[in-house]
Unconditional design. Sequence first.
Length: 276
Amino acid sequence: MKRSTKPIIDKAGTGKPVPLYGPEEFAAMHRAGRLAAATLDHVTPHVRPGVTTGELDRIVDAFMREHGGVPATLGYRGYPKSCCISVNHVVNHGIPSDDKTLREGDIVNIDVTVILDGWYGDTSRMFLVGERVPVKARKLVEVTFEAMWAGIRAVRPGATLGDVGHAIQTVAERNRFSVVRDFVGHGLGRVFHDAPEVRHYGRPGEGLLLVPGMLFTIEPMINAGRPEVKILGDGWTTVTRDRSLSAQFEHTVGVTEDGVEVFTLSPKGWHKPPYD
């Protein structure tokens, strides 16, 4: 894998240089990403009516540690738990709690980041709770999954982050949903959040030019209603302003010589719900 000799600056986002990585680093990211994905596989059978989000958090934490990893979110900027669990109109950063019980018909995002041998694997999936999830909620989850993959398929050398964002935005808005602007994907590797900033909307041909060796997440948050959000008093939990449902999927990817590598695919092939 060739590396650029000139610093690439994320001018439209963080303003910082974008790190570039080679085959050994890609292999390390693959291991970290696989553990993150396996963590979601492990917790999947437990996501059912009657379970608390606090219990799910403990399951996530134990699995990571049993497999040589540690949860990146625990203590990060004061965050108190080992994953984020966001239910229904919660957009992201929902704090797990023994006071929050999942109910029949809920839709839930579980977002995990593991540190394995110093490398970060970051991924999230949506879950349908029970058998009676409303049609519109199922549609939102399906479209969000399609939007994320449209963005991933746009990743290749010579493309731009504007191409990626435009692909995501097109799928969402074609289905009369909206893309959250307040939160973005991000670079990662040996740090949790790095350059580049990955917006989930944009114009073709605009933004950072993609080159082999870049690592980042693609993690669109799609709302059934308007895109505006607000952060609650705990400083973390973000909800839709209009109380509409929100969904999110996330993968960690790397730009290769001829396309894209996805590091966080489910080892069990559980890519979108229902997982069976």
